[in-house]
Design a protein around this ligand. Structure first.
Ligand SMILES: [Zn+2]
Length: 191
């Protein structure tokens, strides 16, 4: 059975049996926070469980590496929407050890693109359009530094309210252990 058929078959039964009932909640986070973390498969269930988070507790934004790379990209917009419109009062950025974005080699990805049929001309066109693909695909060397950098981007963002604590943490994808990189309460201007 194809993946999507498998999902749809399961889904039909899920709805039929009203299994959704135990997940009923609102769009506002009970724990008043928004969390940015990595799309890593190991964190799908482990991270919420390790943090005692259940459906309805938190807004979660994910991308590769838990990175805030652009001050006006979709990640930053999501965090701002969570704060201004959805009652999130604190921001948590959670990177993890052994992340795929750590030490990622742009040249390796570009080689894979070529193997999958992306032409040199296509890559050239992007480059000549002013996009530095290598830079865009670059990950990070050190997860603590990366988390601290993302915290700074969010904390110093001109549209982020000053009284919102922005915390930085790193999680172990095997044990779920959290380590604090930046304690957002140390740097909050309470109004
Ligand atoms: Zn990751």
């Amino acid at each position: 059975m194809k993946l999507i058929d498998e999902i749809l078959t399961f889904n039909e039964q899920f709805v039929e049996e009203k299994q959704y009932e135990e997940f009923t909640t609102t769009k506002f986070p009970n724990k008043r926070m928004v969390l940015l973390t990595c799309m890593d498969t190991r964190l799908v269930e482990l991270l919420p469980r390790a943090m005692n988070l259940r459906n309805g507790d938190v807004k979660i934004v994910k991308n590769a590496g838990a990175l805030v790379t652009h001050p006006f990209g979709s990640i930053m917009r999501s965090l701002l929407v969570a704060v201004y419109e959805l009652q999130a009062e604190e921001v948590l950025i959670i990177g993890h050890h052994d992340c795929g974005m750590s030490g990622m080699k742009p040249d390796h990805i570009m080689e894979s693109m070529r193997k999958r049929g992306k032409s040199e001309a296509a890559l050239d066109t992007i480059t000549y359009s002013g996009v530095d693909v290598r830079e865009w695909l670059k990950g990070f060397d050190n997860v603590e530094d990366s988390v601290a950098h993302s915290v700074k981007m969010v904390k110093k963002h001109p549209l982020m309210p000053n009284d919102v604590p922005v915390h930085g943490l790193v999680i172990d994808p095997r044990t779920g252990k959290l380590d604090v990189v930046v304690n957002g309460y140390d740097d909050v201007k309470f109004i």
